[in-house]
Design a binder for this molecule. Sequence first.
Ligand code: MN
Length: 424
Amino acid sequence: MRAFSFIHAADLHLDSPFKGLSGLPDAVKAGLRDSTFAALDRLVELALERRVDFVLFAGDIYDAKDRSLRAQLRFQQALQTLAGRGIRSYIIHGNHDPMQEGYAAKLSYPSEAHIFGCLEVESVVAAGADGTALARISGISFDRAAVTDNLTPGYVSHFDGLFHIGLLHTNVDGDGEHGNYAPCRLGDLLGRGIDYWALGHVHTRRVLHERPWVVYPGNAQGRHIREQGARGCYLVEVSAQGEAQLRFQPLDSWRWEAAEVPIDGLETEQQLKEALEEALDAAAAAGEGRSVLLRLSLTGRGVLHGVLRRAGAAQELASALGEACDGVWLESLTDRTGAQVDTEALSAQSGFLGELLRLAGSTGASSSLLTELCTDSLAPLSVNPLLASLLDGITEAEKREWLRQAEELAIDLLMPGLEAGRHG
Ligand SMILES: [Mn+2]
């Protein structure tokens, strides 16, 4: 075989709506709305520039079953541009864009683009522009969103000496962050005669195994605060001996970052402002020239807690920071600070506050007690069926954060000498 190269991308989620960003300027919202398409454009540029032999799209090309026509036309255009330069594409559909559900426009795709069907695992030979067989690619699309079968048994050895790529949208080893669709175990992927598993579904890139390679490239553009850091695809070069070399290539134009700014030891509003500006500069650097959406949390204990407790203080700081650093936008600024007190000493004290803090401590240390407390406290809300369904979705981390806020509020209200305003 001759050496060849390909791009492995997944989870483009074209035309993601980027909801819930009402506080941001319209230009930012428009930029975000376009960012999944911009990532696709960059992918095409990369493929042309590096003259790869083919491109793999491992499912979730579109964000929604009822995919927009705009998204389908842009993807068709991308495939045509690649085909025009002799670059083939291999495509599977995932749980967000299953083949037999939702709206698929009747469009013609270039013959250089192969879309795998959803009935059984198909296997095709990828040839270079000169007709040389380069690799075998096996794949299957999702027919419906909720595929619960393990699809790996359909992938078999072909004993043809070709580098064998398995294209699959799957949740390997039950990743709890993603729906458990087409679930399989890492062990199911090994020993099947596949040299490179080109996976999709998990949005954070990871290499689960080397030789054979089991790879999630992650999504091409982060879409919310839980999708932080660089996003893109893998550029894979396979030598004539069948050795693969992977290089991550960012494709994102907007990057999500989160940072904490502790107020411990800060004495003045000026120092607080400077600490926040430093966090913005660090986020700008992490963006590597891209626009950044930053979630800032003020943490720790200090004298400035009293200032931050004033109504609207966090919001006022956020709007002042809005213009502080080019290319960085605040997704939110949250105050999670506490008064400058020794909580250990406080909770060792006798009296009401001490007992309350001890109770909070033991509740926080036990997930069953925490669940019990939240269930009891929220019982009046669960009478409403709409609210009851929302309550089911509250995570343990959120419950813990509420408990922490309640503790701080109790300290603020019950400690003698701590009123809103500055205190030492
Ligand atoms: Mn996805």
